[in-house]
Design a protein around this ligand. Sequence first.
Ligand code: RRO
Length: 311
Amino acid sequence: MVSTKTQIASFEFDNCLMNAAGVACMTIEELEGVKNSAAGTFVTKTATLDFRQGNPEPRYQDVPLGSINSMGLPNKGLDYYLDYLLDLQEKEPNRTFFLSLVGMSPEETHTLLKKVQESDFRGLTELNLSCPNVPGKPQIAYDFETTDRILAEVFAYFTKPLGIKLPPYFDIVHFDQATAIFNKYPLKFVNCVNSIGNGLYIEDESVVIRPKNGFGGIGGEYIKPTALANVHAFYQRLNPQIQIIGTGGVLTGRDAFEHILCGASMVQVGTTLHKEGVGAFERITNELKVIMAEKGYESLEDFRGKLRYID
Ligand code: RRO
């Protein structure tokens, strides 16, 4: 009997696979599609205080080895997602869902988190510190001073389970510096990684997305080695109470297996979900279970974080 069930903080999930924020999660209809699939849960599109149209189209392009996007944080505004989740948690009291959010400024982030704090929301909140696509707004988590200040301010009032969505880091010193900050706070999880920011994809002589002259976040096969490195670097460094969600380059059960081997407790699917639809969850789950069965593993705990090194 092979199980892919998992836990984040005190919450249990029947399956470790779910969508990555931004894919199949803008509308209630899309969220219901993920909820009613083989996925263990869903996360909403990152919400701001007010509805946002986002960047001009075309702004997302599937490409052979992944995807490039510059969506620009289009979303229906916090109340849309929060009202839906408040209703859903009464209808499905035995399941837990994720709310993703970030403000257009630190002040707006606090307004959002205070609304969540004051609501009856009982799920997990993911603070997105890594959107690469809003012109003039740098990825917050590349600025360690600002990240530290925001987290200090947040935990002065926010007592519900909270995690953060991180951009990929590319230097060992940055893993050390980021960890020194995160370990000061009662975070429940870090999610590694958001898209690799500001790549450029060219077809013939042209870019393929309109915003920012074609620069956009890269996802899919391109980013798996970077995603695995970030999952494992933080798994090695973070307090064990801070769990890891692994995101990036999950096309197959083998990819999910590798994220868990690097230390992930939950695995998110973005580009592949966009390309394949919610049927991807059942396929990847089945592939993961076959690998576990072949290796004699019955649960994720049997191999989570047990990546082997060469002496
Ligand atoms: O909406 C976006 O452009 C976007 C966001 Br908020 C994010 O966090 N990551 C991404 O690749 N795109």
